[in-house]
Design a protein around this ligand. Structure first.
Ligand code: TTP
Ligand code: MN
Ligand code: MN
Ligand code: MN
Length: 469
């Protein structure tokens, strides 16, 4: 069933992860329609809808990697992922300019409401359906109903619906990244901070910001997240979120259950929540331009300080102490080099370890807005404010798993799904965000850069911008 032709590299592969896909391509009219059908199947969320959604996505990915604009469905003969249903949709678009099936869904009230409601942070298809069953038509209707959920994500998601629905821009992502780097340099100068998710794949906006962090000294990463959140709280940038502890154990690498392929859940320590972004994040060109020039980072923190009032300008170690390459990924195989001499490095590590011992009770930490009542959250949202609420995911990986975490958190979701299935079916390897496990040999395959991950998988290296499957 999983035939892979390795004899001719230029031949179009059955695997999306082998072909790669860029953000823009010449079949967008078709992929938009297919992804609407995918989205519709995901929202229906009944027995067979998962595989229907997947089939539409696979077909869409074939069109993304076509080197020409489709003019005739005959051009798709021989492509594994193009079934009868998809062929009909494409033929309709080619013949009449649109597909009746797609347009009916696009104009249906149910689809509108499902999209509207699942856009609320914390709301999935099941809750959205229950709201529709209650007769609610709009966010205003849901808001009028009052306390409808014990889940803080839903109360905050409803209160800040408009903020969170407005796409995060690349300017905001870069401004936030700069701020995180500045704070992390104070907390742990050797730590590595990378923006992942859609922004790393070259998207110009997103529904959130995903930041992956690690530390080259294995184990030293375990305290950086609670310290970082403490620092962000001091800057009054934290609204609400939750911590997840690292629950990884090495047996999970070889866990053969199907679960790993279907969900992208991992076991990293993380903070998932909502932050305050000063309005200046959207416009401040100066903040953007400091990106590659680490010596100007402390000034950027000062620039922000009039919004928060609490950012302290501290002495930041000179830039040689920071091992971040221009593309922010610290890759020892390519651009990365350690600039710090060993003596300085060991001193820094010693200082960091001492600080971590001193500050080992993060439980006592309370964030400013953590305990607001639902009413208080609503009045905060309705207050006159110079900031926007933004969804933020902060993930911490041990360095030994970092390059697998980087591939996983860069995505796309479908790229992950495809590359993991490919690893299993073709190579008998189990790929997760924690590592790669050879099921036959019973051993893990470590990687010290992303290129090595692809080498282990016998795949041509794909730049993040080519992982938009
Ligand atoms: P998302 O932020 O959900 O997606 P995205 O960044 O690709 O798109 P958007 O612009 O809408 O934010 O997830 C980021 C990547 O991380 C995603 O491509 C897949 C991966 N991922 C995981 O590995 N584990 C997870 O639990 C989630 C939610 C995502
Ligand atoms: Mn994202
Ligand atoms: Mn998303
Ligand atoms: Mn995310």
């Amino acid at each position: 069933a999983y035939h892979v032709d390795t004899s001719n590299v230029s031949e179009v592969s059955d695997w999306a992860c082998k072909r790669g896909a860029t953000l823009t391509h010449c079949n967008e009219k078709f992929t938009e329609a297919l992804e609407l059908l995918q989205n519709h199947a995901e929202l229906r969320n009944e027995a067979s809808d998962y595989s229907r959604a997947l089939a539409f996505r696979r077909a869409s990915c074939v069109l993304k990697s076509l080197p020409f604009a489709l003019t005739d469905v005959q051009q798709l003969i021989g492509y594994k992922d193009i079934g009868e249903h998809v062929r009909k949709v494409l033929a309709d678009i080619l013949d009449y300019g649109s597909s009746p099936e797609v347009e009916e869904i696009r104009n249906s009230e149910w689809f509108h409401k499902m999209k509207l409601f699942t856009n609320v942070f914390g709301v999935g298809p099941a809750i959205a359906k229950s709201w529709i069953d209650k007769g609610w038509q709009s966010i205003a209707d849901v808001r009028l109903a009052g306390s409808i959920s014990k889940d803080w994500r839903i109360s905050w998601g409803l209160a800040f619906y408009e903020d969170l629905l407005t796409p995060v821009t690349v300017q905001e992502a870069e401004a936030f990244e700069t701020l995180i780097r500045t704070e992390m340099k104070k907390i742990s100068p050797l730590s590595i901070v990378t923006v992942t998710g859609g922004f790393r794949r070259g998207k110009s906006n997103g529904h959130d910001i995903d930041i992956l962090m690690t530390h080259p000294d294995e184990g030293a990463e375990s305290n950086i997240l609670s310290k970082l959140m403490g620092a962000l709280n001091k800057c009054d940038l934290v609204l609400k979120g939750y911590f997840t502890k690292n629950t990884f154990s090495s047996e999970m690498l070889s866990d053969d259950s199907k679960k790993g392929l279907r969900s992208h859940f991992d076991h990293f320590e993380k903070w998932i929540g909502i932050c305050k972004f000063p309005k200046s994040f959207q416009t401040d060109r100066k903040l953007q331009s400091v990106r590659d020039s680490s010596t100007t980072l402390p000034e950027s923190a000062q620039q922000l300080s009039h919004y928060s009032g609490t950012i302290q300008h501290q002495d930041v170690l000179p830039s040689e102490h920071v091992n971040i390459s221009a593309d922010n990924t610290m890759s020892p195989c390519s651009k990365h080099t350690f600039k710090t001499d060993d003596k300085q490095k060991s001193l820094t590590l010693k200082r960091e370890r001492t600080e971590m011992l001193e500050d080992s009770s993060p439980k006592s930490k309370r964030f400013k807005y953590e305990d607001l009542s639902e009413k208080e959250v609503i009045s905060l949202a309705n207050s006159d404010r110079n900031w926007t609420a933004r969804r933020v995911d902060l993930i911490v990986s041990p360095y030994s798993q970092y390059y697998y975490a980087l591939v996983g958190w860069t995505g796309s979701k479908h790229f992950n799904r495809d590359i993991r299935l490919y690893a299993q079916k073709v190579l008998g390897l189990r790929l997760t965000s924690h590592g790669l496990f050879d099921m036959k040999k019973g051993e893990a395959l470590p990687a010290s850069c992303e290129e090595e991950v692809f080498r282990h998988l016998q795949l041509p290296y794909r730049d993040p911008t080519e992982r938009n499957c």
